[in-house]
Design a protein around this ligand. Structure first.
Ligand code: AMP
Ligand code: ZN
Length: 467
């Protein structure tokens, strides 16, 4: 059997995946910079990371994922001050929107979402360590990373250190490869920053963008972990700088596998907040599109290929999801007797095809093709002979397994279940507070939706009314 392989940006080759601790994966996924709403291009990155996470879980790994929230950087400060509001007033609604979007795109929640503004102490400690170890120096009120002290600098983006401008300094968080230079770890306060500053042992100021990810990954994943991801635009300077900082401070290898997704483009241009050519998930929902169709578009192109986002693609995704859900209903209502050998064969073939694709650097197209072949084969068995109870359960079990990665078939059901559980909790609370009127209202409302509640010694259970 082939094992799981990833294309590692560091070595520019396919490598077999071996986690540091058997059975466990620790991964860091660069999250949103909350200065403007996240757009569909950003969600391509988060959907790729979701497929990665879900497939690792499918393979039996225990996953610890961290996704940072960059709520302080040049752009968040620029935009909050332009609006005349505090940094928090600017970023909080955007953070709320982000979580709403990932939920409706059925992106599984990471274990941790650390916000940069809540980890200033960790960043200060790391900058101090870099000063101590001779990788950083002070200039005025700011502190910079001296890239000439880190011979590996440039290895991720495959730049030669001789090409770098020795000794030049850059203050902004983002810059081009051509201007690679000593970058800011700590930015001394200037008037431009207004009320945004921290009084720390490094002085009055704020962190640079890159140190945020180094400090927060160390806190939640340790000095060394398995996988780090982001869009290709993160390779330089962001991830290059993260490596210099983390390895410079710890004196050991930071990350084993670097995975980067290609861009989502519109009319052959990268979708970007700065280009103004973007739309959000909400924009598409307002036009009547199902968020899960957006999810399907984002996941169905291999993550290292550019994805051209079109309305036709969205329609095709809708049709694909409908076909999968119709298949599920068809199987659920199928009856018949006797085990059918052909069902087992179809399952084995589908599992093999599904895993071969995803094992190969998450190449999802053959996996999706395997699922659709399975749909065709089982549908024809159902039409021909029907399905016995045990065959039906086997087919549904495997479909659920595929959907634990795809996340588009069984979603509605689980959403409804979560909703019912929430109402049951509210009813219990109302009863605890002796608010029987509200409690009864909730029971009646559920009943009108065909849900019957049963209070048992081990808690409230629910079942569907059979009509
Ligand atoms: P940002 O909010 O700009 O820090 O970006 C968050 C994530 O989205 C990063 O991993 C970026 O590389 C990624 N990203 C930004 N634009 C696109 C795009 N058009 N297509 C795919 N990924 C993107
Ligand atoms: Zn980052």
């Amino acid at each position: 059997m082939m094992s799981l392989r990833f294309y590692n940006t560091m070595t520019r080759s396919l490598e077999e995946f071996k986690p540091i601790k058997p059975g466990e994966v620790r991964m860091y996924t660069c999250g949103p910079t909350v200065y403007a709403p996240a757009h569909v291009g950003n969600y391509r990155a988060y959907t790729f990371e979701d497929i990665l996470r879900r497939y690792l879980i499918y393979k039996g790994y225990r996953v610890t994922q961290v996704m940072n929230i960059t709520d302080i950087d040049d752009k968040t400060i620029r935009d909050s001050s332009a609006k005349g509001i505090t940094l928090k007033e600017h970023t909080q609604p955007l953070i709320d929107m982000f979580f709403e979007d990932i939920d409706r795109l059925n992106i599984q929640r990471a274990e941790y979402y650390p916000a940069a503004t809540e980890h200033i102490d960790e960043m200060v400690a790391m900058v101090k360590k870099l000063l101590e170890r001779g990788h950083a120096y002070r200039s005025g009120d700011s502190i910079y990373y001296k890239i000439s002290t880190f011979p590996k600098y440039g290895s991720l983006s495959h730049m030669k250190i001789e090409e770098l401008m020795a000794g030049a300094r850059i203050d902004s968080d983002e810059y081009e490869k051509e201007t690679a230079s000593d970058f800011a770890l700590w930015k001394g306060w200037t008037e431009k920053d207004g009320a945004v500053f921290w009084e720390t042992s490094l002085g009055k100021g704020r962190p640079g963008w890159h140190i945020e990810c180094s400090a927060m990954s160390k806190k939640y994943l340790g000095e060394q972990f398995d996988i780090h991801t982001g869009g290709v635009d993160n390779i330089f300077p962001h991830h290059e700088n993260e490596i210099a900082q983390s390895e410079g401070a710890a004196g050991k290898k930071f990350v084993n596998y670097w995975l980067h997704n290609a861009h989502l483009i519109v009319e052959s241009k990268k979708m970007a907040k700065s280009e103004g050519n973007f739309f959000t998930v909400q924009d598409l929902v307002d036009q009547g599109h199902d968020p899960l169709a957006i999810r399907f578009v984002l996941l169905s192109t291999h993550y290292r290929q550019q994805l051209n986002f079109t309305m036709d693609g969205l329609e095709a995704a809708k049709a694909a999801i409908t076909r999968l859900r119709d298949f599920k209903s068809n199987v659920e209502s199928a009856t018949g007797s006797g085990e059918n050998k052909a069902v087992n064969e179809a399952i084995e073939k589908a599992v093999k095809g599904f895993e071969e694709g995803l094992d190969n650097d998450l190449n999802i197209s053959p996996s999706i093709a395997a699922v659709f072949d399975f749909v065709r084969e089982i549908n024809s068995i159902v039409a021909d002979k029907g399905l016995s109870d045990s065959d039906r359960e086997e087919v549904l079990k495997i479909l659920r397994k595929f959907d634990s990665v795809l996340g588009v078939i069984f979603v509605e059901e689980s959403e409804i279940e979560a909703d019912i559980e929430e109402m049951i909790q509210k009813r219990l609370e109302a009863r605890k507070n002796k608010d029987f009127q509200t409690a009864d209202k909730i029971r009646d409302e559920l009943l009108s939706r065909g849900i019957i509640l049963e209070d048992t010694p081990s808690g409230t259970k629910w079942k569907r009314k059979i009509s």
